[in-house]
Ligand binder design. Structure first.
Ligand code: FES
Ligand code: FES
Length: 158
């Protein structure tokens, strides 16, 4: 299989049904994407697939052939991802850090879809688990990103 990850093409030898998470971590050695539950519950393994956050622990590799996959390693190459990382640093969001790759990916996906989410939209979208309880800091960071985003083209509220 050929997978497009972080702007590069990789020939991978894993079985077609292997979850993308293990291809990324074990075969390709990109360990920024984390394993939490393996059951699509926690979001630690989130990556962007064509700009949408997906839980790579339950995503067969074959299902993302031909799609653009972005992992935390390249999130700052994305303009929105770069803003998210900066906000995370400013708000000092991470505690142990384990869940934070997935949190940053989830925030990037939200803000790519909706540049100025309301607090309700932030709460609805930011559902990844954090054992350290960084939820308030995450909310504050995304809220600030929403408040400082450029208005959508044509003055339409996103
Ligand atoms: S490891 Fe994928 S959702 Fe928890
Ligand atoms: S920062 Fe520790 S699990 Fe979220």
């Amino acid at each position: 299989m050929e997978l497009k990850i972080n702007g590069k093409s990789y020939q991978v030898a894993s079985d077609a049904e292997t979850p993308l998470l293990w291809v990324i971590r074990d075969e390709l050695g990109m360990t920024g994407t984390k394993y939490g539950c393996g059951l699509a519950q926690c979001g630690a393994c989130s990556v962007l697939v064509d700009g949408v956050a997906m839980r790579s622990c339950v995503l067969p590799a074959q299902g993302v052939v031909g799609r653009n996959i972005t992992t935390i390693e390249a999130i700052e190459a994305d303009e929105v991802g770069q803003r998210v990382v900066q906000a995370w640093v400013k708000q000092q969001v991470p505690q142990c850090g384990y869940c934070q790759s997935g949190q940053v990916v989830a925030a990037t996906a939200l803000l790519k879809q909706t540049a100025r989410p309301t607090d309700e939209q932030i709460v609805a979208a930011m559902v990844n688990l954090c054992r350290c309880g960084t939820y308030n800091a995450i909310h504050d960071a995304v809220h600030e990103l929403s408040a400082t985003a450029a208005p959508a083209a044509g003055g339409k509220k996103a």
